[in-house]
Design a protein around this ligand. Structure first.
Ligand SMILES: Cc1cc2nc3c(=O)[nH]c(=O)nc-3n(C[C@H](O)[C@H](O)[C@H](O)COP(=O)(O)OP(=O)(O)OC[C@H]3O[C@@H](n4cnc5c(N)ncnc54)[C@H](O)[C@@H]3O)c2cc1C
Ligand SMILES: NC(=O)c1ccc[n+]([C@@H]2O[C@H](COP(=O)([O-])OP(=O)(O)OC[C@H]3O[C@@H](n4cnc5c(N)ncnc54)[C@H](O)[C@@H]3O)[C@@H](O)[C@H]2O)c1
Length: 477
C-alpha cells in the first residue's frame, strides 16, 4: 500500500515525481531502476489520463465501433449487410476490461516492487526544495512536475445549468445516447464522434474554427469527408455561444443564431494544465499560459524542478510525456546536457481513415524553407493492397529540403503505423534515398512510403537529359 496514513513524517530522496500518469510513471520507473531513491506522489488514479480517461478507453471504444461498422459495409465484398445490434453497455465492458488489463502495469504495487515509495495524495510545495503530500514532507534533490492536464470547460452561458460530459465521464456512460452533441472538433471530438456514430448514436460536432485544425487541411478534409459520409454532422466555423436544456433534451446555439438539438452533450474544447494544487509560487516555479514555464532541457524557473508531459505546455501526447521522461533522466541522474526537441515528434488521430503527422506540415515547411521546399505526393488509389481492401481514399505528402524529409503527413488507412518510417527518417536525418532503397513486401499499404520516396527521384531520373544521354552513350557499347 502507498504511505498515505499516520503522523507527519519526512522523506529525503534523490527524486520526487509529482503525478503518476504517462510521464511521471516513466520517470519513476527509469530512475529507480538506475539506482536513484524515488518518491512518486499521485493524488488520484495511477496511469493518469491516458489509461483512465484518454488514449486507452478511446481506442477501445474506437475498436468496438470498427466491429459495428464492418457489419454495415460488407456489401461491396459480397458479404451480407446486417444490423450490428450494438449492446452499448457491453461495448463499455470491453473498454473497462482493456483498462483493467493494463492497470497492473501502472499500479502502486508494481511501482513499490520496483522500489519506488508511492504516496497516494496530492502534492503541494512548501518550500523551494520540499513538497507536502498527505502526512509526508518530501525533501528531494530534484522534483519532476508531471501533473498533466484536465478538460477545459469554457464559461459558455447556460452550461452551468446543463448536464454535460467530458473525457473524464463519457466512458462511464452505459446507455446509448440517442444524439450526442460534441462541442470541439479536435482529436478528442472527432475520434469520439465517429466511434459513437458507429455504435448507433446520432452525432453532431460543433467546431468554432476548422475541425482537425492542427493538421494539414488537405489531409484533414479526406478524414472529414468520410466521417460526414458515415452520418456525423460536422458544423465548422460555429462557436457554441449558448447552451440550454435538461437531461435528454439539450440545445446548443452557435454564434450565427442556429440551434442544434441533442440528448447528450460532450465538451471537448481543449485542456487546462493541472497546476492549481501545486503552490508553484512557493517553489519559485513560474507558470506559463499552457502550464509551467520550461527551458529546452525542461527545467522550470527553479533549476531543481523539471516539468514534463501535458503540464509542460507543448505537444500533449503520451509518447511526448514518455520522451520527456528520457530527456530529464539523462539530465537529472547523469548530469548530462539534454534537450527536448519537437521536430521529430509524430502524432496520429485514430479516426477512420487515420490522420498522422511528423515534422513540418506543407504550410509550415513553405514558411520555413520557401523555394527550397519540394513536396512529393502519393495517392492510396495507386496502391494495390488499398484497392483490394477498398481503402483507396488516402494521401501521403512528404516535405523535402535538399534531399532530406523535414515533414510528412498521411491521411488514410493505418496512417498512424505508416508515419513511423518518416519519424525514423526525420529523427535520424536520413535522406530520401534511404527510404527509396528499402524493399517493401508486396502487397502492403507500406509500399506507399517507398512509392512517395520514388516520386521524389522520378523527375530527377526520367526527366533528366544528362541521364538520357549517358544511357544512350553506354548502350552504344
Ligand atoms: C480522450 C483522450 C484521448 C487521448 N488519446 C491519445 C492518444 O491516442 N495518443 C496519445 O499519445 N495521447 C492521447 N491523449 C493525450 C494523453 O492522454 C496525454 O498527453 C497524457 O496522458 C499526458 O501524460 P502526463 O503524464 O503529462 O499527464 P497525465 O497522464 O494526465 O497524468 C497526470 C497525473 O498527475 C496527477 N496529479 C495532478 N496534480 C497532482 C498533484 N498536485 N499531486 C499529485 N498528483 C497529481 C493526476 O491525478 C494524474 O494522474 C488523449 C487524451 C484524451 C483526453
Ligand atoms: N490520437 C491522439 O493522439 C489524441 C486523441 C485525443 C486527444 N489528444 C490530445 O489531447 C489534446 C486535447 O484534445 P481536444 O480535442 O480537446 O483539444 P484541441 O484543442 O485539439 O481541439 C479543441 C477544438 O475545440 C474548438 N473550440 C474551442 N472552443 C469552442 C467553442 N466554444 N465552440 C466550438 N468549438 C470550440 C477549437 O477550435 C478546437 O478545434 C489534443 O491536442 C491532443 O494533444 C490526442
Amino acid at each position: 500500500m502507498g504511505q498515505d496514513a499516520g503522523t507527519e513524517h519526512r522523506l529525503d530522496v534523490d527524486l520526487c515525481v509529482i503525478g503518476g500518469g504517462s510521464g511521471g510513471l516513466s520517470v519513476a520507473a527509469g530512475a529507480v531502476q538506475m539506482g536513484a531513491r524515488v518518491v512518486l506522489v499521485e493524488g488520484h488514479k495511477m496511469g493518469g489520463d491516458c489509461l483512465n480517461y484518454g488514449c486507452v478507453p478511446s481506442k477501445a471504444l474506437i475498436a468496438a465501433g470498427k466491429h459495428a461498422h464492418a457489419f454495415e459495409t460488407g456489401g461491396p465484398f459480397g458479404v451480407g449487410v446486417a444490423d450490428p445490434n450494438v449492446d452499448f453497455g457491453a461495448a463499455k465492458d470491453h473498454v473497462d476490461r482493456v483498462i483493467a488489463g493494463i492497470e497492473p502495469h501502472d499500479s502502486v504495487e508494481r511501482f513499490e516492487r520496483l522500489g519506488v515509495t508511492v504516496i497516494q495524495d496530492y502534492g503541494s510545495f512548501v518550500s523551494k526544495s520540499e513538497l507536502r503530500a498527505g502526512n509526508a514532507i518530501i525533501k528531494a534533490r530534484r522534483f519532476v512536475i508531471a501533473t498533466g492536464s484536465s478538460p477545459f470547460v469554457p464559461p459558455i452561458p447556460g452550461l452551468e445549468d446543463v448536464p454535460y460530459f467530458t473525457n473524464e465521464t463519457i466512458f462511464d456512460l452505459r446507455d446509448r445516447p440517442e444524439h450526442l452533441i460534441i462541442i470541439g472538433g479536435g482529436p478528442i471530438g472527432m475520434e469520439l464522434a465517429q466511434a459513437h456514430r458507429r455504435l448507433g448514436c446520432g452525432v453532431t460536432v460543433i467546431e468554432g474554427d476548422k475541425a482537425l485544425g492542427k493538421d494539414d487541411p488537405e489531409l484533414a478534409a479526406i478524414v472529414l469527408e468520410n466521417i460526414r459520409a458515415e452520418g456525423v454532422e460536422v458544423i465548422e466555423g460555429a462557436q457554441a455561444e449558448k447552451i440550454s436544456g435538461t437531461d435528454g433534451a439539450i440545445t446548443v446555439q452557435t454564434g450565427d443564431g442556429k440551434q442544434f438539438k441533442g440528448s447528450h452533450l460532450l465538451m471537448a474544447v481543449g485542456r487546462k494544465p493541472n497546476v492549481d494544487r501545486l503552490n508553484l509560487e512557493t517553489a519559485g516555479v513560474e507558470p506559463a499560459k499552457g502550464g509551467v514555464k520550461v527551458d529546452d532541457s525542461l527545467k522550470t524557473t527553479n533549476k531543481r524542478i523539471y516539468a514534463i508531459g501535458d503540464v509542460a505546455g507543448g505537444l500533449q501526447f503520451t509518447h511526448v510525456a514518455n520522451y520527456h521522461a528520457g530527456v530529464i533522466i539523462r539530465s537529472a541522474l547523469f548530469g548530462l546536457p539534454s534537450q527536448a526537441k519537437t521536430d521529430h515528434i509524430p502524432w496520429a488521430t485514430y479516426t477512420d481513415p487515420e490522420l498522422a503527422q511528423v515534422g513540418l506540415t506543407e504550410a509550415q515547411a513553405r514558411k520555413e524553407h520557401g523555394d527550397k521546399l519540394e513536396v512529393v505526393r502519393f495517392d492510396y488509389g495507386e496502391n494495390d493492397r488499398a484497392r483490394a481492401e477498398l481503402k483507396t481514399r488516402g494521401l501521403v505528402k512528404v516535405m523535402v529540403v535538399k534531399g532530406r524529409p523535414v515533414g510528412a503527413s498521411i491521411a488514410g488507412a493505418q496512417a498512424g503505423e505508416l508515419i513511423q518510417i518518416w519519424a525514423l527518417a526525420i529523427a535520424n536525418k536520413l535522406k530520401m534515398g534511404a527510404v527509396a532503397a528499402m524493399v517493401s513486401p508486396y502487397p502492403t499499404l507500406g509500399e506507399v512510403n517507398k512509392r512517395v520516396a520514388g516520386a521524389y527521384f522520378t523527375p530527377r531520373l526520367f526527366d533528366n537529359i544528362w541521364v538520357k544521354r549517358f544511357v544512350r552513350f553506354v548502350q552504344r557499347f
